[in-house]
Ligand binder design. Structure first.
Ligand SMILES: [Zn+2]
Length: 64
């Protein structure tokens, strides 16, 4: 379980929204952008994957 004090100061690094803590699933879900952050050994992994914003991954952007 994460301490409430920690949950109070945590926010989504991507949009700074509130996080929903789900202890049974060991994850934090952002209430605003729905990004999911896993919790490993009681440490929230607050990483933002920039690839999500570009839509399609591994696809070369050929312009012109
Ligand atoms: Zn968010």
């Amino acid at each position: 379980m994460l301490p409430k004090e920690l949950l109070d100061i945590l926010c989504c690094p991507k949009c700074h929204g509130d996080l929903l803590y789900e202890p049974k699933l060991e994850k934090l879900t952002c209430k605003s952008c729905r990004k999911i952050y896993p919790i490993k050994n009681d440490i929230p992994i607050m990483l933002v994957d920039d690839n999500e914003q570009s839509g399609s991954k591994n696809e070369r952007t050929t312009q012109q």
